[in-house]
Design a binder for this molecule. Structure first.
Ligand code: PLP
Length: 458
């Protein structure tokens, strides 16, 4: 039996569980390292405890001091747990885009939560990490944990997570599959397991820049690397050692989230989106392997953090990740014609030179030849016919920035929503409607298309 003197002694030594059902048809074994079994509920307990212990040893954190960190939640929870147990104060700076359950959790542990704008360029003083560093500097006894560049983060995985997996599989593990946020998990665990000939596979959201995406927003939280279009110099965490990763699997959000839901429904494992990403990657890896192979995926946290998103059917269908139980669906009544876009930096004249008729999406400027855009990057819309009338009446308007006439972000519907339900949901609004597939805008259509087509078919 596991009996501990302190909650901190219960960090690590998490179970390894074999997947039995989502692996149907595969000959290689797939096992999962269940990191939500840590007392604070995530893989981050390991890093949080290790960083605090290292800071104490180095004298950077004194008794009664204040731990400050920028975190999308889990590291904050880990640090808050350690702080509570050891008599420190915890201040956690979070992006305002995170699931609200995560904020409530931090507060429940007694942490002070400071929310800041989530989508800011890396250089911005209010960026999560810059704000956390500043708060630490300005606080008496403050210490900035800095999980992104703190060597204690990857090191603890090299000392614990890696050896645990090696022992738990009796040395039979052949492939490690994990996502990359700070990179601590994959770099440390991978560094240990590579010494034993294990292949290390990184799973990355398709849009993340780690594995070559364009850096546009994605919906799986806490893994991958988003790139704000105004970021001048993109810096990657030093906790992430790229040389450790043998290859990548790039996973679209829809695949991650649907696998996460299958893990709950078919394996009884309620996990977060990044665990879905890792298992989606593990299933791809295992599909190419024979029975002598043992694939281990790391499941960073529990699905309890995401009940209002990934496990909410309405959120999933509204974002285009899931079909409603009954049709006709939005895609049955709205033609997908491709998305006409104009970057927010363009002028009215530029729009008129390139677009004839039909609504045009005004998007965050980004070097991308993708035919779709991440939904949050559509910040408004313009109608070329209206702009043409405007310029005819006042030619000076041609030099206006397009954003001046773009209004606000259009209403969005998921392609698998029930058409009548989607129409009712956005009823009362104005302007064109964005069609989403897997969280990405694929078309912008006049509102009448959704409403009238539905009446005639429905
Ligand atoms: C839910 C979740 N998944 C994955 C990760 C990524 O782990 P790492 O930072 O060790 O790369 C994190 C890190 O915060 C996380 O919270």
């Amino acid at each position: 039996m596991n009996v501990f003197e302190s909650v901190l002694d219960a960090v690590g030594a998490t179970p390894l569980i074999r997947l039995r059902r989502v692996t149907a048809g595969l000959t290689a074994q797939v096992w999962v390292k269940v990191e939500f079994a840590n007392p604070g509920g995530s893989v981050k307990d390991r890093a949080a405890l290790a960083m605090v212990r290292a800071a104490e040893e180095l004298g950077e954190l004194q008794p009664g001091g204040t731990i400050v960190e920028g975190s999308s939640g889990n590291t904050g929870v880990g640090l808050a747990m350690v702080a509570a147990q050891c008599g420190y104060t915890a201040v956690v700076v979070v992006p305002n885009t995170i699931a609200h359950e995560k904020v409530a959790l931090l507060q429940a542990y007694g942490a002070r939560v400071v929310a800041t704008e989530g989508k800011l360029p890396r250089e911005h003083p209010e960026h999560v990490n810059n704000l956390a560093r500043r708060i630490a500097e300005e606080t008496d006894g403050g210490w900035y944990a800095n999980q992104y560049d703190n060597p204690a983060n990857p090191r603890i995985h090299e000392l614990t997570t890696g050896p645990e997996i090696w022992e738990q599989t009796g040395g039979r593990v052949t492939h490690l599959v994990a996502g990359i946020g700070t990179g601590g998990t994959i770099s440390g665990t991978g560094r240990f397991l590579k010494r034993h000939g294990v292949t290390v596979v990184g799973t990355d959201p398709e849009a993340s820049v780690y594995a070559g995406g364009d850096g546009s927003p994605y919906f799986v939280e806490s893994v991958g690397h988003y790139l704000h279009p105004d970021t001048v110099e993109d810096t990657w965490p030093t906790a992430y050692d790229r040389a450790i990763v043998d290859r990548f699997e790039r996973i679209p959000d829809g695949e991650s989230l649907r696998v996460a839901r299958r893990l709950a429904a078919e394996e009884g494992l309620l996990v977060g989106g990044s665990a879905g990403t890792a298992v989606a990657g593990a299933l791809r890896v295992a599909a190419g392997l024979g029975p002598e192979h043992v694939v281990v995926a790391v499941l960073p946290d529990s699905g309890r953090n995401y009940l209002s998103k990934y496990f909410d059917d309405r959120w999933m269908t509204g974002m285009g990740f899931l079909d409603a139980t009954e049709g006709p669906f939005v895609r049955d009544v709205v033609p997908q014609r491709g998305l006409a876009v104009v970057p927010a930096t363009d002028t009215v004249a530029a729009v008129l030179a390139r677009h004839g008729s039909g609504p045009v999406a005004v998007v965050v400027p980004r070097t991308s030849d993708a035919p779709t855009r991440s939904a949050p990057e559509v910040i408004g819309s313009v109608d070329p016919a209206e702009l043409r009338a405007l310029v005819a009446a006042d030619p000076e308007r041609a030099a206006d920035s397009v954003t001046r006439h773009a209004g606000s972000a259009p209403a969005a519907v998921g392609h698998g929503e029930n058409a009548a339900a989607a129409t009712a949901r956005i009823d009362g609004g104005k302007g064109p409607v964005l069609l989403l597939i897997d969280g990405r805008a694929v078309a912008l259509v006049p509102r009448a298309v959704l409403e009238q087509r539905h009446e005639t078919t429905g």
